[in-house]
Design a protein around this ligand. Sequence first.
Ligand code: PLP
Length: 296
Amino acid sequence: MAAHVLALLSRPSLEAPGDADAPAWVFVDPESPQLTALDLGATRGDGIFESISVNHGRAQALEHHLRRFAKSAAMLELPAPDLDAWRAAILAVIDQLAPGDSEAFVKTVLTRGIEYGDRPTGWAYGALSPSFEAARADGISVVILDRGYRHDVEQTSPWLLAGAKTLSYAVNRAVAREAVRRGADDVVFVSSDGIILEGPTSTVVYRRDGALYSPGTGLGILDGTTQANVFRWAESLGMPTAFELTTPELLRSADAAWLVSSVRLAAPLRALDGAPMPVDAEFTSRMNDWLKALDD
Ligand code: PLP
């Protein structure tokens, strides 16, 4: 098993795409420097990414992640990624990593490349995941923070790129520090007009009267791959699922709620703004076992 693996798909110094002999990607030493100081991904956060769970050596929700990668690229007006090349590189990274039954992840990144250059920079990086068993089993304490946008920001102001998975995650990291200052583990964003949105790295899912709900798309939030799979699982059990506009009051009245995401999977909310939330440990553990066993 390799500690970590890096495949470069595009970089100013690599051969230009379109060269008949140019490989779609090359493996490079993940310990050696690869980015230039001029890369717009590093200097401006101008790029996109995906984090893909790998369980039992299989990439989870790979096609959904690739679709979302292409959608983010289109929203940022980046060159459309060649999804066949990215899929092959991701699978090759997993193959090299050989994680066995350990949980792992692959992160794909595409930046605008260097300033005034004509090529994006792209790579796929794989490594073993840290353990999230404590968050999955014991739950997380969450605070609701105002994102400062209305819930219709995607329609009114598409230039804000809400709903694209961009590299500009400084805000998503800042809110995690704010959560810690408030004695919590994580955050749920609410829109300035009072609609529950998403976590900084996760989707909100909750259960009420035997049905599962999530805020849905079109609210300037990411179309979550894990949420889609959690709904698939619930439907396979005969549970109704639906998207609905949710308020903090509605979320507080749920009989269980989770932040779901690739890599950490489903983390139950044990407290919301300091008030205890019911945790259904058995249901959560079945949900996570199903997510870990997925083979597509
Ligand atoms: N929302 C945001 C802002 C995220 O960054 C993420 C994942 O990183 C998600 C939602 C959950 O998406 P997924 O389940 O596809 O990992």
